[in-house]
Design a protein around this ligand. Structure first.
Ligand SMILES: C[S@@+](CC[C@H](N)C(=O)[O-])C[C@H]1O[C@@H](n2cnc3c(N)ncnc32)[C@H](O)[C@@H]1O
Length: 211
């Protein structure tokens, strides 16, 4: 049985996707505040009010990419409440590997740790709490999949941090690359001499490190 068919994991994913669906309503309720203080939008997100999770299709795509490339050392930048963490953690378990995920918001860390335990993924998933640029500094070698979904302006610094640890053929998936703040990352990875083969699919950039 693949881990996405594990009733514990599929049940938790269903529950989380239901809760995440409330993001739109929470956002609408905040619209007045946003209009009054547009620069406050970012800080609202930072407060941890929103799930900002991947969709079911995106999550399944992450699972399939990790499984089909037999990724055994996966890194995630930005766990939030753990939706993508469950998909990648399920793939790590099915590949006999591990996922290191990262999150800076303390409440989200607490909730995601509990989720990892409830999903039965604790043996395969480690959550590092704090700024990922710091917590991932002493990284092990041989990363073969990287998922970027934290603050978009940090995608390029994260790539620079992890790139020396990528094995040739490794996948890098970046979500929401249509955001303005992700443009330095997009330009860098799409550059002819970047060493990556890359494609934009919707708002995701899929890249393969060719070494
Ligand atoms: C878009 S959400 C992640 C959604 C998650 N991947 C999912 O699909 O459920 C982005 C998350 O990245 C976290 N984050 C932003 N900057 C970070 C940093 N420097 N280190 C660790 N986490 C960070 C935020 O707190 C936020 O929860």
């Amino acid at each position: 049985m693949n881990s996405l068919a594990d009733p514990k994991i599929s049940g938790l994913l269903k529950q989380l996707q239901n809760e995440a669906a409330g993001d739109a309503e929470r956002w609408a309720k905040r619209s007045v505040q946003q209009q009054q203080n547009p620069s406050g939008v970012d800080s609202l997100i930072r407060m941890g009010e929103f799930y900002l999770g991947v969709s079911t299709a995106e999550g399944r795509l992450l699972y399939m990419l990790a499984r089909s490339s037999n990724a055994t050392q996966i890194i995630e930048f930005g766990a939030s409440y753990g939706i993508s963490t469950l998909y990648l953690g399920a793939a790590a378990r099915d590949n006999g590997g591990s996922l290191i995920t990262t999150e800076v918001h303390p409440d989200k860390c607490k909730a995601t740790r509990k989720l990892i335990d409830e999903a039965g993924l604790a043996e395969h998933v480690t959550l590092l709490e704090g700024d990922a640029l710091e917590t991932l500094k002493n990284l092990i070698d041989n990363v073969n999949m990287l998922f970027l979904d934290g603050w978009k302006g940090l995608y390029l610094p994260m790539l620079k941090l992890i790139r020396p640890h990528l094995r040739p053929g490794s996948l890098v998936v970046a979500d929401n690359v249509d955001h303005q703040a992700a443009q330095p990352y997009v330009e860098a990875i799409q550059a002819e001499d970047s060493g990556f083969v890359t494609a934009t699919l919707g708002d995701m950039e899929l890249s393969c490190w060719s070494g």
